[in-house]
Design a protein around this ligand. Sequence first.
Ligand code: 13P
Ligand code: SF4
Length: 304
Amino acid sequence: MTDLTALSEEVRALARQRDAIVLAHNYQRQEVQDVADFVGDSLGLSREAAATSAAVIVFAGVHFMAETAKILSPDKHVLLPEPRAGCPMADMITAEQARSFKGEHPGLPLVTYVNSSAEVKAESDVCCTSANAVEVVRSLGVTRVLFAPDRNLGAWVASQLPDVEIITWDGFCPTHERVTAEQVRSAVQAHPGAMVVAHPECRPEVVALADAVLSTSGMIRYVASSAAEEFIVITESGLLHGLAKAAPGKKFFGLTPPMVCPNMKLTTLEKVRDCLRDGTGEVTVPASTRARALAAVERMVALG
Ligand code: 13P
Ligand code: SF4
């Protein structure tokens, strides 16, 4: 038995003993994805966290994801195997800044991307993920909205809903923001005929070159059902593992240099084992914050 197999079996055995479910985001290391009960995008993971009957949720992802799970399932122990795994985009707006943003635009609803802190969610009318952002904004039935923190996702929603004015906060994901249109053009030149799939956290000029703009799990479903055989994938490199599993005969090309979210890669299989064994890394959300954030998060989970 290899060390990896032994460690994976240890994780599975501990999960059974502790009545725990292991949730992993699509960007996690391969071995962490492979040991999980469920691998998905932010929306799918939130739904799993809300629905599980397990006593413990081990969240192999970043802090805002574990916090969202705690908001939805306050009676569960939610453990983040690597407490330093944050999301720089989520840190680009504070609750105070969210309040000022609303104060500058009185009466407008605030739509907040799930990549945000619980405190910011508590200031929001509704949350969304990359999978349902367009639908969430459309569901409000208004002509002007505030959108935070991702300016690129906000621009993508605006392009899909030309009748809605979207006033965006100036946040971004460093990993997706780094991609240039030039890089995408070179990839297309190297792989002519490949379909281009991109995450809406990319800049508008990159998104404009894509055949499909989707959440991470949206990309998995898309490549599995598409007639095409080759895809250029413009999102964090961890997704290549899920894509290859979902469509084993097809070819996937990442960008050069590869897109890596350092925070997503902080979680290792050892850390998943340690937190299951020791019960460490518990994520909490103050009751008053949770109460104010819950409606916005529940509405997100229900849509799309
Ligand atoms: P998804 O919800 O599409 O998986 O995206 C999460 C994320 O953090 C993308 O950078
Ligand atoms: Fe945050 Fe970007 Fe990492 Fe996603 S890929 S967790 S948005 S830093």
